[in-house]
Design a protein around this ligand. Structure first.
Ligand SMILES: Nc1ncnc2c1ncn2[C@@H]1O[C@H](COP(=O)(O)OP(=O)(O)OP(=O)(O)O)[C@@H](O)[C@H]1O
Length: 348
């Protein structure tokens, strides 16, 4: 283990990653305190990359800044600073036709398909809209043909085009949202809690559909979720966030086998085990207190106020520690966190 700087990304591969996010910072105006403006520190110094055809899982509790990162990529939120590159092109600086083209290449599927689909529009009109906006398929007949093709691709019969959202099940609605996201031939799809509102069995079907579409179309995904099991199922790499900061990142198998940050360890210890015997013996790491306010985050490691292993030195700038080839933890206590002895004192 060394504390040599590690990019925390798959950048040692020689090719340019499809998406490269560097030093992203987003601050929202908070409530006024007298004459002073306060700021919500939603995302602080976040960097990651995704190679083409791969899935990066972005995981963390509510309020950790996951959606804000996704919203920057789809241009719903303008960041305070940082860069976003798609195939090496600066997404945030682009203007005019180039900006429109980059927008076309990044699509989004939201959490709640009922809320995100217009109740007065048929599924066909919903799926067709990105083609109208980005003028990707010319002529009515060609667009209708493409709608039928997309519905088929996501496992819906072509008659679905004439249906309204209230006539569809939750799973069918989410398939329509996926078809819509695919309509303008994107390279990257941001999936923000896209299966969270669905029943477990429907959730599994949508996750499998996403994997199948990735294989067939070479798509790249940013999969945003608080659900560690779903993230493990679909992601090649994982980034863990807490209070707007990176805690840990790495190859999915490696990170799930050897979580090295006390925050990731606590998150994972809270996941119930499907096997009743294993569930009975499950050891939980209980965290004290509530997350601090994003208006006034702690200095140094933002997790230190709840961390069972925190030292005074955790108030200083956090080291980036290379745990393995593609596995990084932003934690002073990484080495101790990985030692089997320390767990004995923490688990319940
Ligand atoms: N438009 C906004 N104005 C002010 N604060 C915001 C805004 N959007 C998000 N925030 C705040 O930024 C922080 C990060 O929010 P974000 O929604 O990105 O987190 P999240 O991890 O996606 O959580 P959730 O799963 O609950 O959406 C939170 O403290 C949130 O309250």
């Amino acid at each position: 283990m060394s504390s040599e700087p590690d990019p925390g990304t798959a950048r040692d591969t020689p090719s340019v990653p499809l998406l490269d996010v560097r030093n992203l910072r987003v601050r929202f105006p908070g409530p006024r305190e007298g004459r002073r403006l306060s700021w919500v520190h939603a995302v602080e110094d976040v960097s990651f990359a995704i190679d083409r055809g791969r899935t990066l899982g972005l995981v963390g509790e509510s309020g950790s800044g996951k959606s804000t990162v996704g919203n920057v990529l789809t241009r719903l939120v303008t960041p305070t600073s940082g860069t976003v590159r798609l195939d090496g092109q600066d997404v945030l600086a682009a203007r005019g036709a180039r900006a429109r083209e980059l927008r076309r290449r990044i699509a989004m599927v939201f959490q709640d398909p009922y809320a995100s689909l217009d109740p007065r529009r048929t599924a066909g009109a919903t799926v067709r809209e990105p083609m109208d906006v980005h003028r990707t398929h010319s002529g009515r007949a060609e667009r209708n043909r493409r709608v039928a093709e997309l519905l088929d691709l996501v496992g819906l019969v072509k008659e679905t085009a004439a249906r309204y959202p209230h006539e569809l099940s939750g799973g069918q609605r989410q398939r329509v949202s996926v078809a819509r996201a695919l309509a303008a031939d994107p390279d990257l799809i941001v999936l923000d809690e896209s299966t969270a509102s669905l029943d477990v069995s429907v959730q599994a079907q949508i996750l499998n559909l996403l994997r199948q579409l990735q294989d067939e179309l070479g798509l790249t995904y940013l999969f945003i979720s608080h659900d560690l099991a779903a993230v493990e199922h679909v992601s090649h790499r994982v980034v863990v966030m807490y209070l707007g900061r990176l805690m840990e990142s790495g190859d999915t198998d490696e990170l799930y086998a050897r979580p090295a940050h006390p925050y990731t360890q606590a998150l994972m210890s809270a996941v119930p085990d499907a096997d009743p015997a294993a569930e009975r013996d499950r050891e939980r790491i209980l965290l004290g207190g509530d997350p601090p306010s994003p208006l006034d985050p702690p200095s140094g490691c933002v997790f230190r106020t709840r961390c069972p292993m925190a030292l005074d030195a955790c108030a200083d700038p956090v080291p980036r520690v290379a745990v393995a080839d593609d596995h990084t933890a932003w934690c002073l206590r990484t080495e101790d966190a990985l030692s089997p002895e320390r767990l004995r004192g923490l688990v319940h």
